[in-house]
Design a protein around this ligand. Structure first.
Ligand code: ISL
Ligand code: CA
Length: 549
């Protein structure tokens, strides 16, 4: 039996707005992506996760969909989309679409109907309630705004939005909503797409009575209440129905953005019932926040190791990632950008420790160049609704300063500055005015410069991906932790039949002592710096993959 394709391929996440502009309007587009497919092929990726390209007013950069079956005008046309799909497939690269069905845009036709009157047939496509004593129906906080409810003057009721007020939640209890969603997904499958990344899929079912949350009140006294909207019993019913109606009988995959997943409940999604093929867990992404995403606590290597071991043990097949369009740049966050040498070495080290684990790698665009957080200084430079809402809520200088610290370290715009293709005008991203500022370091961090440098982060990613793609033990082998006690080194073995590989990564700025010499684990097959086989130490951020022969 061949393994499922989504286990054997490396995924690459494209954020279209910032990947490549083809017509000089400063906004990345589908034709831009088409022009860069040979680059993706040369990297060794086998699948693309394409962030939303549907028609959208962009209140949340495409995660607010106005029409699920139309391409955003700025990105191109359906013909461009078909060509992109064709060009990907002709290079043996699969296409996985990002789909947002927890909510739509408030400008979606369904919502326009829904809010038009209480007895409109679409009223029940969304979640409407009467207020309580002139206030919101319950105390829920939203991810992006203080309250999760907005009042509609026209019909005198409130609608639920777990994200911005321009992202009303769809009512999954309503069978017509589910039918519409499944039919739409099937039309995309019939067009030829190979799967979906399902946005915040674990919050589609809400506790029927929408009870008040009981946690600690946050801004405005509202309570963030995932106990009433994440992993509700109905979630599994809906996902099984979706599996039956859309995925069965197709060679397509589904990866869920499974906010609030834990090692305890994960198998309810990807275990034997197989509601999803893959899931994204956020334990690593949340580990430096401690309760608030805006905190930036320095990397705790033992904690990272615990998370990795827990997840490798919890489910058969993980997703392997260090960032995405909602996260800061990985090398700024977990690596060391204090010198050029350490920037490069730590970027390679992080990739090595993550992508050779058992699971499917997901690389976020620009990561393979070692792109870093951007030096945002003013509100005018920011584009992200989450960052702008955070600033809007600040009272006084101290709060503003704290918010800015958070935005610089953790803000989502860090990952959304344009791809750095060259040292030329606007990094080769656009001939016009880019929609968001470029990171000024594009003059030396860029694909063209790295292409010609055998020691570059880019060429290291190529070697790493080629190694994984060509090595059965790294694709399918068991994962076994090594050196669990080390507070600096992430180490593990991958084994399949008689093949054994050892991965050793010193994720600290100090030399790490090892209880063995490197040669005991065989010959190096990949490393980010020269190594002495007789040594029993690893340099700061040294990464080494050894093969036992
Ligand atoms: O980035 C976050 C806020 O800091 C996350 O909590 C994020 O909102 C959450 O993971 C859900 O993300 C997804 O849905 C959002 C969208 O803004 C994100 O871009 C998307 O990845 C709403 O659709
Ligand atoms: Ca464009």
């Amino acid at each position: 039996m061949p393994e499922a394709w989504w286990k054997e391929r490396v995924f690459y996440q494209v954020y279209p707005r910032s990947f490549q502009d083809s017509n000089g309007d400063g906004i990345g587009d589908l034709r831009g992506i088409i022009s860069r497919l040979d680059y993706l092929k040369s990297l060794g990726v086998g699948a693309v996760w394409l962030c939303p390209v549907y028609d959208s007013p962009n209140a949340d950069m495409g995660y607010d969909i106005r029409d699920y079956e139309k391409i955003m005008t700025e990105f191109g046309t359906m013909e461009d989309f078909d060509e992109l799909l064709h060009e990907l497939h002709s290079r043996d690269i699969k296409l996985v679409m990002d789909l947002v069905v927890n909510h739509s845009s408030d400008e979606h036709r369904w919502f326009a109907e829904s809010r038009s009157s209480r007895d409109n047939p679409y009223r029940d496509y969304y979640i409407w309630r009467d207020g309580k004593d002139g206030r919101e129906p319950n105390n829920w906080a939203s991810f992006f705004t203080p309250s999760a409810w907005s009042y509609d003057e026209g019909t005198g009721q409130w609608y639920l939005h777990l994200f911005s007020e321009k992202q009303p939640d769809l009512n999954w209890e309503n069978p017509s909503v589910r039918e519409e969603v499944y039919a739409m997904m099937n039309r995309w499958f019939d067009r030829g797409v190979d799967g979906f990344r399902m946005d915040v899929i674990t919050v589609i079912a809400k506790a029927p009575e929408l009870p008040d949350g009981t946690g600690a009140p946050g801004s405005g006294g509202y309570v963030f209440s995932p106990e009433h909207f994440a992993f509700q019993p109905k979630l599994h019913e809906y996902l099984r129905e979706m599996r039956r109606r859309c995925f069965n009988g197709r060679n397509c995959m589904c990866v869920g953005e499974t906010s609030f997943v834990t090692t305890e409940n994960a198998n309810s999604l990807v275990g034997d019932g197989r509601e999803l093929d893959l899931l994204f867990q956020f334990d690593i992404m949340d580990m430096d926040g401690e309760g608030s995403k805006w905190n930036a606590i320095p990397l705790d290597v033992p904690k990272l190791k615990q998370i990795i071991a827990a997840w490798q043990g919890a489910i058969d097949w993980n997703t392997l990632f260090l960032g995405n369009h909602d996260q800061p740049r990985v090398v700024s966050r977990f690596g060391d950008t204090s010198s050029c040498e350490l920037w490069k070495r730590s970027a390679k080290c992080l990739a090595t420790l993550m992508y050779l684990q058992r699971g499917t790698p997901f690389i976020y665009q620009g990561e393979e160049l070692g792109m870093t957080n951007a030096p945002f200084e003013t509100r005018e430079q920011l584009r992200d609704v989450e960052e702008l809402n955070l600033l809007a809520l600040c009272k006084g200088e101290t709060e503003l300063e704290r918010a800015w610290r958070g935005i610089k370290a953790k803000g989502r715009d860090n990952a959304r500055t344009p791809m750095q293709w060259s040292a030329g005008k606007n990094a080769g991203f656009t001939t016009g005015e880019p929609w968001i500022m470029l990171n000024p370091n594009y003059t030396w961090i860029n694909a063209e410069a790295e292409e010609g440098d055998p020691d570059s982060v880019l060429n290291y990613y190529r070697a790493l991906i080629a190694l994984r793609n060509g090595t059965p033990a790294l694709l399918r082998g068991d994962w076994r932790e090594l050196l669990p006690e080390s507070e600096q080194v992430v180490a593990y073995a991958r084994e399949l039949e008689s093949e054994e590989y050892t991965v050793l990564c010193n994720l600290s700025g100090e030399i790490a002592e090892l209880p063995f010499t490197l040669s005991e684990f065989g010959e190096p097959v990949l490393s980010n710096m020269p190594s002495d086989p007789t040594a029993a130490t690893l340099c700061p951020y040294q990464a080494l993959v050894l093969k036992r022969s």
